[in-house]
Design a protein around this ligand. Structure first.
Ligand SMILES: *Cc1c(COP(=O)(O)O)cnc(C)c1O
Length: 402
């Protein structure tokens, strides 16, 4: 009997080592990894700078309580604030914890400055903010909340991209609007021009904090260090995790000085900002926070997008939604599973969302050659799926004629 609780439906693939964009299993099979631990292996596998950073730090100091000064934590916080519009960083260990910190910060700030009535958090349909109770309550997906009620009170949901609804649901009671600038788990949904600016305006009108959940879109994923920098709308609070440690567990919540409402005793984390995690973040930022590197991410993203859009012409109703190397290819319930299976058989690891959309989030270090290889596999998958469906359709037609 499997001793691991079955909280994941797992594929029959068991990687035991990796190198760059490739994963290897014990039997010697290799896989081209175009999902990268779901936007987490930002530097691919066994990146020398990340391996060296972790090895060297492990020999010096792995953990040290936040009761003491942690110089490398201060250094990494400074790196993050210098690279963004924020002044203060709270470190934790995961995406959902960064969201918890953001919700607590927003409520504390509102409580201190306006009183307890101002505590509502507005979030959006199809969002994903993590699995702990704060994050889960913010995640406006009934299927994920089912059976776990009651949820955290004071969280309301509006349809994603519906600015009018967001306007109706926000007011003086709103402490924060929490939104993914591009939805990841919801299917890689890129909001239309004006939506995020509209939320910015609502927050300004109501004295609420705008929180961008950049757990998936951050750390170079969209071709900018954080997606907001490409969009040009600055939130008040930002959450980061996934790619931040290149696979090492670490999360962060960033905010501006004037909103940094959490003081001693208000919040904390035993492991948050430990030296080992900080060494990983420093190594990742050393590679990713570089204009040339980010430009190359945008280039590879554009190559993928253009080529997938050509393939999309073969599948009626299909659509490519992407920013940088976060790509959703909606193919519908008939084609998507066939393409997914084809990729798996060919050793290309991708991810399927909702049975209809293929998600790609390869390592940011993926090479142009690997991008072409993945596209070849995709082309074959679309070809095979379209042929299988049309031959099935003509069979049915023949039966109908007979
Ligand atoms: C993955 C994700 C989370 C949760 O991160 P965990 O590290 O799994 O807790 C939260 N928000 C967004 C946008 C995510 O993509």
């Amino acid at each position: 009997m499997q001793a691991v609780m079955e909280t994941y439906k797992r594929l029959n693939i068991a990687p035991t080592s990796g190198q760059g964009s490739w994963l290897f299993d014990a039997a010697g099979n290799r896989y081209l990894d175009f999902i990268g631990g779901i936007a987490t292996n930002s530097l691919g596998h066994a990146h020398p700078a990340l391996v060296k950073a972790i090895q060297e730090q492990a020999e010096k100091l792995i953990h040290c309580s936040n009761l003491y000064e942690i110089p490398i934590q201060a250094e990494v916080a400074k790196l993050l604030t210098e690279a963004t519009d924020f002044d203060k960083v709270f470190f934790c260990n995961s995406g959902t914890e960064s969201v918890e910190a953001a919700i607590k910060l927003a409520r504390k700030y509102a409580h201190t400055n306006h009183g307890p009535e101002k505590h509502e958090i507005l979030t959006f349909s199809k969002s994903f903010h993590g699995r702990t109770y704060g994050g889960l309550s913010a995640t406006a997906q009934p299927a994920m909340q089912e059976g776990f009620g009651p949820m955290l009170p004071g969280i309301v949901h509006a349809p994603y991209c519906d600015l009018e609804a967001a306007g109706q649901m926000s007011g003086s009671q709103t402490a924060a609007i929490l939104v993914e600038p591009i939805q990841g788990e919801g299917g890689v949904n890129v909001p239309p021009e004006g939506f995020l600016q509209g939320l910015r305006d609502l927050c300004d009108e109501h004295g609420a904090l705008l929180i961008f959940d950049e757990v998936q879109t951050g750390v170079g994923r969209t071709g900018h260090l954080y997606a907001y920098q490409g969009i040009g709308i600055v939130p008040d609070v930002l959450t980061s995790a996934k790619g931040l440690g290149g696979g090492f567990p670490v999360g962060a919540m960033l905010t501006k000085e004037e909103y940094a409402a959490l003081g001693p005793g208000n919040h904390g984390s035993t492991f948050g900002g430990n030296p080992l995690a900080m060494a990983a973040v420093r190594a990742v930022l050393g590679v990713v926070n570089d204009p040339e590197f980010l430009e190359e991410v945008r280039f590879k993203g554009q190559v993928l997008k253009n080529a997938l859009e050509v393939l999309a012409e073969r599948v009626p109703g299909s659509e490519v939604r992407s920013e940088g190397l976060l790509i959703g290819f909606e193919l519908g319930p008939e084609v998507a599973p066939k393409v997914f299976e084809h990729c798996l058989r060919e050793g290309l690891l991708v991810n399927m969302i909702g049975g209809t959309t293929i998600r790609l989030a390869p390592p940011l270090t993926v090479t142009r050659t690997e991008v072409r290889a993945a596209l070849d596999t995709f082309r074959g998958g679309i070809e095979a799926a379209v042929n299988a469906i049309s031959s099935k359709a003509s069979e049915t037609n023949q039966v109908a004629v007979v």
